[in-house]
Design a binder for this molecule. Structure first.
Ligand code: SF4
Length: 79
C-alpha cells in the first residue's frame, strides 16, 4: 500500500476538549499535551491503525478529528 492509499488525518486543537478518548483509542497516533489537548503523533501511522483512528474520530465528543479516505469517499467527523 502506498501513501496515496493512506487516510488523511487532521486534528483541530481549537475544538478539542481534552477528553482523551483519541489517545485511549489509538495511542500510536494520538497523544495529549500538558493541557490535555490532542497532539497528532504520527499521521503516517494512520494506515496501520486505520480502524482505531476511525473509531477515535467517531468517539471524540467535540468532532476535533477528521479522517478522509483516499478519493474523498468517506469522511469521519462529528459535528
Ligand atoms: S477525543 Fe477529541 S476532545 Fe478528546 S482529546 Fe481527543 S481530540 Fe480532544
Amino acid at each position: 500500500m502506498d501513501a496515496k492509499d493512506s487516510p488523511r488525518l487532521s486534528v483541530d486543537r481549537g475544538r478539542c476538549q481534552g477528553a482523551g478518548m483519541c489517545a485511549l483509542t489509538a495511542p500510536a497516533v494520538f497523544d495529549q499535551d500538558d493541557d490535555g489537548l490532542v497532539v497528532l503523533l504520527a499521521a503516517a501511522q494512520a494506515t496501520a491503525h486505520r480502524q482505531s483512528v476511525r473509531t477515535a474520530a467517531q468517539v471524540c465528543p467535540s468532532g476535533a478529528i477528521t479522517v478522509r479516505e483516499p478519493g474523498g469517499s468517506a469522511v469521519t467527523e462529528r459535528h
